[in-house]
Ligand binder design. Structure first.
Ligand SMILES: NC(=O)c1ccc[n+]([C@@H]2O[C@H](COP(=O)([O-])OP(=O)(O)OC[C@H]3O[C@@H](n4cnc5c(N)ncnc54)[C@H](OP(=O)(O)O)[C@@H]3O)[C@@H](O)[C@H]2O)c1
Length: 279
């Protein structure tokens, strides 16, 4: 069976470069999707308290037949739970729902515009890592100023920053800043929420390689050195996406993908998004 390459994070832990996201997969459906994905070869699963499917994800992880130590589970702290004590409580609640002894990666989901409580949340994350119940700690949707704050206050760098990256929104500037600090970029909505597969330039490239547009996009993320977590609830597409591991794009085609950038964000902007009214 094909396995995804692993990256060694800045804390020495290993993480598969290709995983899958379970946003918008219901709690009831999550366990079955995880079992299917694991049978295909996926070992890394990205969930969040916000996705309201941690119970199903935990069940899938426990029942999928692969040793816990060979799986990589990520979950995230939601925006309303920032602050030092609150982060511990929210973590305990996630662990209760997941029914796991530890998670591999805990992320601050968003910095939350207009608040600095993410700094206290990060201090709690550092303690959680020391406790061993979280193996690695990271962030999501953090910009340069947020990274400077948490690193300045604690001296601890996140292992990765999970950010929106797809062909029309590549965040090259932030990615360079992350790489300079030894922080991996992880692409969320890597297929542009499924919209990027309709781009004519990508469809044409897919024809050239005899691959699907989604495989071209995932392959581009992989060759660009990003961690990538496409979501699918469909067994055929889960397999198709995993098979992006099995071919190589020419350098010229990677450059052609890089050139598609239009700086067009599809989702919330961390400079203005609070999400405090959600969940
Ligand atoms: N940190 C954050 O703030 C944040 C925000 C958004 C997402 N995320 C994470 O990133 C993951 C992925 O992002 P996303 O779900 O927004 O978008 P995405 O992975 O870019 O796209 C998912 C969409 O593409 C479709 N799709 C998947 N594989 C396909 C294929 N081979 N061909 C055609 N269509 C395909 C899926 O439909 P089917 O399911 O029907 O296949 C779904 O509609 C999420 O699940 C979540 O874990 C994180």
């Amino acid at each position: 069976m094909t396995t995804a390459p692993t990256f060694i994070l800045n804390d020495g832990k290993a993480m598969p470069q290709l995983g899958f996201g379970v946003w918008q997969i219901s709690d009831a459906a999550a366990a079955a999707v995880i079992k299917t994905a694991v049978s295909i070869g996926y070992r890394s699963i990205d969930t969040a308290a916000y996705y309201k499917n941690e119970i199903g994800v935990g069940r899938g992880v426990r029942e999928c037949g692969v040793d816990r130590k060979d799986l990589f589970v990520t979950t995230k702290l939601w925006n309303t739970r920032h602050g030092y004590d609150e982060a511990f409580k929210a973590f305990d609640e996630s662990m209760e729902r997941l029914g796991l002894d530890y998670i591999d990666l805990y992320l601050i989901h968003w910095p939350v515009a207009g608040s600095e409580k993410y700094v206290d949340a990060w201090k709690a994350f550092v303690k959680l890592r020391e406790s061993g119940r979280v193996k690695s700690i990271g962030v999501s949707n953090f910009m340069e100023e947020h990274l400077e704050r948490i690193i300045g206050e604690t001296g601890v760098k996140p292992v990765l920053d999970q950010i929106e990256i797809h062909p029309f929104f590549q965040q090259k500037g932030l990615t360079t800043i992350l790489r300079d600090q030894g922080i991996f970029p992880e692409a969320w909505s890597p297929l542009g929420k499924g919209k990027s597969v309709e781009l004519p330039a990508i469809i044409e490239m897919a024809r050239k390689y005899g691959k699907s547009p989604a495989q071209i996009i995932i392959r581009w993320h992989l060759q660009s050195g990003r961690i990538v977590i496409p979501k699918s609830a469909n067994p055929g597409r889960l397999r198709e996406n995993f098979e992006a591991l099995d071919f190589v794009l020419d350098d010229a085609d990677v450059a052609a993908m890089d050139a598609l950038d239009r700086n067009e964000r599809m989702d919330m902007d961390p400079r203005t998004f609070t999400g405090l009214d959600l969940m």
